[in-house]
Design a binder for this molecule. Structure first.
Ligand code: FA5
Length: 337
């Protein structure tokens, strides 16, 4: 029996076969168990002899199985290692790398420029109170200019902000003017119940700017915006201020950037203008409502549209392209070139 069992153990090809052999020989229905079960029919003299023999065979088989198991496991591991060898000399496959979204690139380059001019970058909430989005921007509840910005309301008092201007009110409220003037920009998403078309999106971006100190003039506003436009579009581009109306600035202007390069000998009528932002001198009511004395402090504010800037800079004809997340479109603006 013993030799037959040992032979079978040695012949097993894998762990599964080995387990089967173990069950066959040592299991409840195996020959050894049967021998032990038959002990009761033996004479008292025979019992210890047969018992000792049976135990010896069982121990021998158990040991042989354990040894065979270790060997089979080692063989399986070696096989696996051999199958998984790496050819370290194979050239690698390049993984596709992401990049900031083109609008994010524009926003970051604007942020860099304003940081360089001593501005802080401040962010405000997209879910905003009516109080900051409208009331503190000099747009009381019944003000007709609220119609200029169709709004997504969440409750009568809470809405998706329609502009980044509420960050003006929040910052004015918290700024300590004893510590110095206020210079900040605030980029972010805004929402309007606009019908999407080539130049309008119901969700787009704005970047608010606010500068408040003791002697700020419209000249400072124009100089700042000219520097920003030239930095983004090129030194030979110009800006134009047109009178406009916003409830939170007085006077108010809309600002155009020249689509084409401007030369000194050019006929002004040949310049093509594109509107990119609204701006003006901060209305005394806005300062007063935020607890700032308009007799002492004043300054300018602007709200520009990075989406429109990106359209202009890259000649993108439809604003919706920015929001479709088509990789073929987006990878065109890879900064790494
Ligand atoms: C405003 O939202 C004012 N808060 C801007 C402002 C700030 C004026 C501070 C004065 C002082 P307006 O609605 O014009 O203004 O929007 C500003 C800019 O956002 C526009 O010039 C345009 O570039 C962009 N814009 C407006 N509506 C959309 C839209 N639906 N899709 C994409 N861009 C838009």
């Amino acid at each position: 029996l013993r030799d037959q069992a040992l032979g079978e153990i040695a012949a097993t090809a894998d762990l599964k076969a080995l387990n089967q052999v173990r069950v066959n020989w040592l299991g409840k229905k195996g020959p050894l168990t049967e021998v032990l079960r038959g002990m009761k029919d033996l004479t008292p003299e025979e019992r210890p002899v047969v018992g000792a023999l049976a135990n010896e065979v069982r121990d021998a088989l158990t040991e042989a199985i354990a040894t065979r198991q270790t060997n089979l496991e080692a063989a399986a591991l070696n096989e696996k290692l051999a199958a998984e060898t790496l050819d370290v000399t194979l050239p690698g496959r390049a993984t596709a790398q992401g990049q900031p979204h083109v609008l994010q690139q524009i926003i970051e380059s604007l942020e860099d420029q304003f940081l360089g001019m001593g501005y802080q970058v401040i962010e405000g909430p997209e879910v905003e109170q009516d109080k900051y989005n409208f009331e503190m921007m000099n747009l009381p509840k019944d003000h007709p200019a609220r119609d200029m910005q169709d709004t997504f309301y969440i409750t009568p008092e809470i809405l998706m902000r329609t502009q980044t201007s509420p960050v003006q009110a929040r910052t004015l409220e918290s700024h300590d003017f004893n510590a110095g003037p206020l210079k900040m920009v605030s980029p972010g998403r805004v929402y309007r119940r606009d019908t999407d078309d080539a130049t309008h999106s119901h969700q787009f971006h704005q970047m608010e700017g606010l500068v408040i100190d003791k002697h700020i003039t419209m000249g400072d506003l124009k100089g700042t915006l000219l520097a920003v436009a030239r930095n983004l579009f090129g030194e030979d581009h110009d800006i134009r201020l047109r009178p406009s109306y916003f409830p939170f600035t007085e006077p108010s202007v809309e600002v155009d950037v020249s689509w084409n390069a401007v030369t000194p000998d050019m006929n002004p009528e040949d310049i093509e203008w594109i509107e990119v932002l609204g701006a003006g001198m901060v209305h005394p009511n806005v300062l007063r409502m935020a607890g700032v004395d308009p007799e002492v402090y004043g300054g300018f504010a602007f709200g520009l549209g990075p989406d429109r800037f990106a359209m202009l800079k890259y000649g993108v004809e439809d604003i919706r392209n920015f929001y479709l997340n088509d990789v073929r479109f987006l990878t065109q603006f890879d900064q790494k070139g």
